[in-house]
Design a protein around this ligand. Structure first.
Ligand code: MOS
Length: 755
């Protein structure tokens, strides 16, 4: 290299580039945007969970001051249904357009919308709409029984076989297995509760529609809205500059969104509709309640011979969302006989949807809990038991893993945690008058890519700009794009302008599935390469340029400078100088890469992230107090682009996992079907006081099958497995097996471990 190589910023702890905007209150979230003439919409929520609207009286509401319109089935105007189509263009979990019929299928379903000058007037008018219902018997029963669905069903994401995976003869091998376990694990409905509420601000300009929405996927939202309002996609613009987290609840459009759009169409003014916290529990998705039977058979030496994972998840009356608990079951361990099967139980509830680590998180809670229980039965160390059953390939798909270091995660974690000092006997470990419980569990999550495009500009002041219609949902996507661009262009991170969250920009991936980072890498790299090759053209064609007589092929670009490849030494010329000499403000390049998620081609490699958690709980039997005291998490998530934000991401997931294991549950009122604890006082999530010091380690093996950096995604993996590690630690401390989350004090009152 002609000049000293500056180390790439990839892999360096980098504070979020958008941090200052957020902590100074300058960052504008979707509902922070205001427009002249803006009106406010407040929906009327059904107060029954099953039945029909027999009368909807808007007379009083319409007369109230400041009210512009009361929308309902008779006057909302045409709204079409949407269909999935190709790619991430038309995904919508609740397909029914608002007010499509007068049937109510869940509590909180929108039945009318008040539009007024102020939020307060709209709320008062919504409250004044009198709705009469013919109620029918509702079903929000907690106990789930699989209904008699066909072997192949249509789900929100397309057709799916209820028999998800099968090899060998699981039932036969189980029947003759020398050691066996047959248990059922239950996870309750959970609600995402991101701090920023869902909401839409919609405005029309002729037949062009613009919406501000806190979306995890602006392009998909554009596709859905274009279909629902009969518009060409080009006429719809969706803007999402910042997202106050989503956890999946903002992946796909919810019904409030077309409602705001229809209202803006009718009143001819911008309309803002922000959900109340209560509404977000009713009609903006939740993690489905699951009931999972796991049967494991093993030899006395601890080799798995059979694994059956049979689960039922609840679904809504309207929609076919499947909580894919079997996501990781078929490949996580080596076992010759396996069967994964699912069923649905219909309930009068708002439709469930993706929530952080959908499927795999409740699924791994069940299968990893079963692994821990069987290890205890075998009197084996649960770490050794897992290592003994490490597969050589993905036995579900019959293909190799692109990169799997699960055993190393377990070994490294055990070392960091001090696992060798474990006394396996229940209640035997004490410290400072407290009983200690130790537990472990493994984690897995898919690694994949969505289609993505980007544009990179090099500018004459030595700065760069990178644009991509991806979203930053609080996870650090602004910073990742700055790092990738800095790596390729040599422009310092602080001089890279990142523009995200707008369908006017090049196609961005959905910020979901932990795939945003992996998806943008090839697009940004290709865009930067194209910008650099245009720069080399300019360098050789600009009169007076130091490279005027050269061919572009003779030149190279590194660390922001152009130089002659053949020169062993010499400083090269900064790109800004070349642009200035050519009187160019900027030079730009575009790049695009195709997604692999949902591709019909059979993949060559099984791509997943792996990890494990080691947990210590403390138990105070005198007051039945259980606390998570220490967590060591090891993640094999490919190359980590920004370890600072990466650790933060995993810590956040572990905090959410403490909530999942010990606190979170959405309760449906059997009388009216309402999610009854629909507020942050009654729906309890883990907060600072619940969270001990967390230790996060990354193995940092690049997965080069996925992209040139080898980065996978880390948004969801940290939540997988943690609940099973906490319940295993709980058992170790208290002697109580809790198989229905969350762990409650009343579960522990039967503990035999005394003070
Ligand atoms: Mo995640 S549930 O894909 O936002």
């Amino acid at each position: 290299m002609p000049q000293e190589t500056t180390a790439s910023p990839i892999g360096r702890d980098t504070p979020r580039v958008d941090g200052p905007l957020k902590v100074t209150g300058t960052a504008q979230y979707a509902s922070d945007f205001h427009f002249p003439g803006l009106l406010y919409g407040v929906p009327v929520e059904a107060t029954i969970a099953n039945g029909k609207i027999t009368k909807l009286d808007t007379a009083a509401a319409k007369k109230m001051s400041g009210v512009h319109a009361i929308l309902h089935r008779q006057n909302i105007g045409k709204i079409f249904r949407s269909t999935p189509g190709e790619g991430m263009n038309g995904i919508c979990i609740e397909r029914r357009p608002p007010f499509e019929d007068d049937v109510v299928r869940y509590y909180g379903q929108y039945v009318a919308l008040a539009v007024a000058d102020t939020f307060e007037s709209a709320k008062a008018a919504a409250d004044a709409v009198a709705v009469t219902y013919a109620k029918e018997k509702l079903n929000v029963d907690f106990k789930l029984t699989a209904e008699d669905d066909p072997d192949e069903v249509m789900t929100s994401y397309g057709p799916a076989k209820r028999l998800q995976s099968e090899r060998g003869d699981a039932a036969g091998a189980f029947a003759t297995a020398p050691v066996k376990l047959d248990q059922t694990y239950v996870t309750p409905a959970e609600t995402h509760v991101p701090i920023e509420l869902q909401g839409t601000t919609a405005m029309w300009d002729g037949d062009k529609l613009t919406i501000y929405e806190e979306s995890q996927g602006v392009f998909n939202m554009r596709g859905v809205l274009a279909q629902m309002f009969g518009l060409p996609k080009e006429n719809v613009r969706v803007i999402t500059k910042f997202v106050g987290s989503g956890f999946g609840s903002k992946l796909w459009p919810w019904t409030h969104c077309p409602l705001a759009v229809a209202a803006a169409r009718q009143v001819g003014k911008p309309v803002k509709l922000v959900l109340s916290r209560k509404m977000t529990f009713q009609s903006a998705g939740h993690r489905a309640h699951t009931q999972q039977r796991v049967r494991l058979g093993a030899t006395p030496e601890g080799k798995l011979v059979s694994l059956e994972h049979d689960y039922v998840c609840h679904r809504s009356m309207l929609e076919e969302y499947q909580e894919n608990c079997g996501e990781a079951t078929a490949f996580h361990y080596s076992v010759p006989n396996l069967r994964v099967h699912f069923g649905w139980a219909r309930r009068n509830i708002g439709t469930p949807s993706d929530m952080r680590g959908p499927g795999a998180v409740p699924g791994l809670y069940a299968t990893e809990s079963a692994m821990n229980e069987l290890a205890d039965q075998l009197k084996m160390d649960p770490v050794q038991f897992r290592i003994l059953n490490e597969p050589k390939i993905d036995e579900g798909e019959g293909i190799p893993f692109s990169s799997r270091h699960y055993v190393e995660c377990l070994q490294f974690g055990a070392e960091k945690f001090g696992w060798s000092r474990r006394n396996a006997e229940v209640g035997a470990m004490k410290r400072d008058g407290l009983t200690l419980g130790w537990g472990v569990a493994g984690a897995a999550w898919i690694a994949t890519r969505d289609s993505a495009a980007a544009n990179v500009e090099l500018r004459d002041d030595g700065s760069a700009r990178v644009a991509c219609g991806a979203q930053d949902i609080g996870t650090g996507t602004y910073t990742v794009l700055a790092l990738l661009t800095a790596d390729k262009t040599g422009v310092p991170v602080e001089k890279v302008e990142v523009v995200l969250g707008d369908t006017e920009l090049p196609l961005g991936p959905v910020s979901g599935g932990s795939w945003a980072t992996a998806s943008v890498v090839p697009a940004v790299f290709a865009a930067a390469d194209n910008a650099i090759s245009s720069l080399l053209q300019v360098a050789t064609t600009t009169p007076g340029s130091p490279f005027e007589k050269r061919k572009p092929d003779d030149l190279a670009f590194q660390n922001g400078r152009v130089f002659v490849k053949a020169d062993a030494v010499g400083g090269g010329v900064p790109f800004a100088d070349l642009l200035k000499r050519a009187n160019l403000r900027l030079i730009s390049g575009s790049g695009r890469s195709e997604g692999i998620f949902g591709s019909k081609e059979k993949p060559k490699f099984s791509m997943h992230s792996f990890g494990c958690h080691f947990v210590e709980v403390t138990w105070q039997p005198e007051i039945a107090r259980l606390r998570v005291n220490r967590v060591v998490t090891v993640i094999d998530g490919g190359r980590i682009i920004n370890p600072l934000a990466g650790r933060n991401q995993i810590e956040g997931a572990v905090v959410m996992g403490i909530g999942m294991a010990m606190l979170e549950e959405t309760h449906y009122d059997p009388q009216n079907g309402a999610p009854i604890n629909s507020n942050l006082a009654d729906y309890i999530v883990a907060v600072n006081a619940d969270v001990p010091k967390l230790e996060v380690h990354f193995l940092d093996y690049p997965d080069l099958e996925l992209n040139a950096v080898g980065a996978r995604g880390i948004g969801e993996i940290g939540l997988a497995g943690i609940a099973a590690a906490i319940t295993a630690a709980t058992y170790h401390a208290t002697g109580v097996r809790v198989r229905e989350l969350p762990v409650r004090i009343e579960d522990l009152l039967t503990s035999s471990v005394l003070a």
